[in-house]
Design a protein around this ligand. Structure first.
Ligand SMILES: Cc1cc2nc3c(=O)[nH]c(=O)nc-3n(C[C@H](O)[C@H](O)[C@H](O)COP(=O)(O)O)c2cc1C
Length: 162
């Protein structure tokens, strides 16, 4: 089975988990980048995105450096933004055909994931994916600390089940 991890990370949390998955499973890594960068100012970003997310924007992405057609299993990682998936992940999930593929969504969040994982599953399934093994991973609200609330053991056993 060939596996790919596609993720978007504004700062670091989702990347840390994506790299851990790659380390344990050997799956390839592919980072999503937008054509237009978001602001570096966290508070400004939070203010700026609330309207975007209400209208469920799909920002344009830079070309991926992996061809997803070559993989059976795609792990898709997103931070939670305003209780749902981050817009770059919405673009990715809604603009690819996942027919015949298994998509494993995971989100990182700070305690309020609400419907993000359901939304990732819904959009992937709408584009043909067989969704399995979704996972929510919580970090502390201190964004710069990069500190997990979800236990390392829970994360490892989820990764080992992939
Ligand atoms: C614009 C924005 C909105 C956010 N909204 C939420 C939210 O609704 N619920 C939540 O639990 N965390 C929220 N967070 C926190 C992030 O989901 C959390 O810190 C995540 O792990 C960040 O991942 P990253 O470092 O890969 O970007 C938000 C962060 C940002 C920047």
């Amino acid at each position: 089975m060939s596996g790919l991890i596609v993720y978007y990370s504004y700062k670091n949390h989702t990347r840390m988990i994506a790299e851990k998955i790659s380390e344990i499973t050997g799956f390839d890594l592919c980072e999503i980048k937008t054509v237009d960068d978001y602001t570096d100012d966290y508070d400004a970003l939070v203010d700026e995105t609330v309207d975007n997310l209400k209208s469920q924007t799909k920002p344009e992405l830079q070309p991926l450096d992996k061809d997803i057609s070559g993989y059976d299993t795609i792990v898709v990682g997103s931070p939670v933004w305003w209780y749902t998936i981050a817009p770059p992940i919405r673009t990715f999930l809604s603009s690819n055909d996942f027919t015949g593929k298994t998509v494993i969504p995971f989100v990182t969040h700070a305690g309020w994931p609400r419907s993000a994982i359901k939304e990732a599953s819904r959009v992937a399934e709408a584009n043909g994916a067989n969704v399995e093994n979704p996972m929510e991973i919580q970090f502390t609200t201190d964004y710069d600390a990069d500190e997990l609330v979800t236990s390392g053991d829970d994360i490892k056993s989820w990764i080992n089940s992939l």
